[in-house]
Write a protein that binds this ligand. Structure first.
Ligand code: HEC
Length: 113
């Protein structure tokens, strides 16, 4: 009797776990939790609100690759995560993971991906 109760409880959970794995696998095509489409939208809309929709500069400087070549991806992802103190450049750590910031940094340096 006790054993039957136990199996009834476990079976639906096992199905739920399988469904969740399938969902995660289908929604993240590239690397673990990176969603390139969403990050590209974020770069052009959110970053673009200060840096210009085409990233040519506005309140914030030009973010096109030719202007960022003096930085490596690691420096850029640090700037993205922590912002630049005493300027309008905010830190994005509350809104994105380190992996996402690295993706954005590489995307800025090499937009053709
Ligand atoms: C609220 C406005 C604002 C938003 C939103 C914003 N930035 Fe900035 N950003 C700035 C300003 C202003 C500077 C220049 C700071 C300074 O004076 O050094 C800057 C500087 C930078 C720099 C350094 C550029 C260089 O040539 O050294 C990078 C890289 C950068 N931002 C990336 C981003 C990214 C990526 C996003 C979106 C995730 C973003 N920013 C969103 C205002 C903003």
């Amino acid at each position: 009797m006790a054993e039957r109760v136990c199996l009834q409880w476990i079976a639906p959970r096992a199905r739920l776990a399988t469904a969740m794995v399938a969902l995660v696998a289908s929604s993240t095509f590239a690397a673990e939790t990176i969603d390139p489409g969403a990050l590209k939208r974020l770069v052009h809309q959110d970053c673009g609100s200060c840096h210009g929709l085409t990233l040519k500069g506005g309140l914030g400087p030009d973010l096109r690759a030719q202007n960022l070549r003096h930085h490596d991806a690691e420096t850029l992802s640090g700037v993205i995560l922590d912002g630049i103190p005493d300027t309008a450049m905010p830190g994005w750590r509350p809104l994105m993971s380190e992996e996402e910031a690295e993706w954005v940094a590489r995307y800025l340096l090499e937009p053709e991906q």
